[in-house]
Design a protein around this ligand. Structure first.
Ligand SMILES: [Cu+2]
Length: 268
């Protein structure tokens, strides 16, 4: 029985590693802030590990060493000022060690001044709308046709064969590498949330409110995310795709978009 369970667990682990998409940890990402955020996350993680080891170590040692069968006598004191001062002061110091760098990173994350590009992101049930403020470009970004077709009941398509299933859109957001991109996030109906882990951005899209954030991608590539605020029946079908390209390619993309004059989505 135990052997069977262990084998099952092993199977799960092997299956897990076979599917590279399923990482245990958060990604380091491709922006300076995402790397800092990852560093903070790991620092707090190791503090937690250390505290866990110390607390459980002392507890287990005490339980084993001072058990009744070993002739341990209970102590008769009820308070210890020294212990109370220590178990207050040590956590305060640890919290300060965590808080100082965390506050520095948070201040940077909030600093949306002097952007190179500003994009207004509006959440809709169930797609995203992007408006480049200075370029005069706007478009809807919906779930890619390949996923739309495959997800239908009795579609006959094995979703495992669909590339980037539920993580592909018809029109991605395109930004140049190295540019400071300011995002103004809002919603047209219910609360959504714009989330791209590699950019270290998860910002709520709330009707009537504009939330600001920014990123500066340090490398080119395609970065994917999803709506991460339960927003209705198709919440799982409004992914985010950000393409970070070389500045030349971005300029070319802007021109094509401007010439096409395509302002609204044709699908959905
Ligand atoms: Cu949503």
């Amino acid at each position: 029985m135990i052997r069977k369970a262990a084998l099952g667990l092993l199977g799960l682990i092997v299956a897990g590693t076979a599917n590279a998409e399923w990482g245990l940890n958060m990604p380091k990402g491709v922006t300076e802030l995402s790397k800092e955020t990852y560093g903070l996350h790991m620092m707090v993680f190791w503090w937690c590990v250390a505290i866990g080891v110390v607390v459980f170590g002392v507890m287990i040692y005490s339980l084993v060493k001072h058990r009744k069968s070993q002739g341990a006598e209970p102590a008769d004191f009820s308070h210890s000022t020294v212990a109370e001062v220590l178990w207050t002061a040590i956590p305060v110091v640890i919290l300060l060690i965590m808080a100082v760098p965390a506050a520095e990173t948070m201040l940077k994350a909030e600093d949306t001044r002097d952007p190179d590009i500003s994009i207004v992101i509006t959440g809709y049930q169930w797609k995203w709308h992007y408006k480049y403020q200075d370029e005069g470009i706007e478009f809807f970004s919906s779930l890619a046709r390949s996923s739309v077709d495959a997800r239908r009941l009795d579609s006959g398509t094995d979703v495992n064969t669909v590339e980037n299933y539920l993580l592909e859109v018809d029109r991605p957001v395109v930004v140049p590498v190295g540019a400071k991109v300011r995002l103004l996030v809002t919603s047209n109906d219910v609360i959504h949330s714009w989330w791209v882990p590699d950019l270290s951005i998860k910002k709520d899209a709330v009707p009537g409110i504009i939330n600001e954030t920014w990123f500066r991608a340090e490398q080119t590539g395609t970065f994917r995310g999803q709506c991460t605020e339960l927003c209705g029946k198709d919440h799982g079908y409004m992914p985010v795709v950000v393409e970070v390209v070389e500045p030349d390619a971005y300029v070319a993309w802007v021109e094509t978009r401007q010439q096409s004059g395509e302002r609204v989505a044709t699908s959905q």
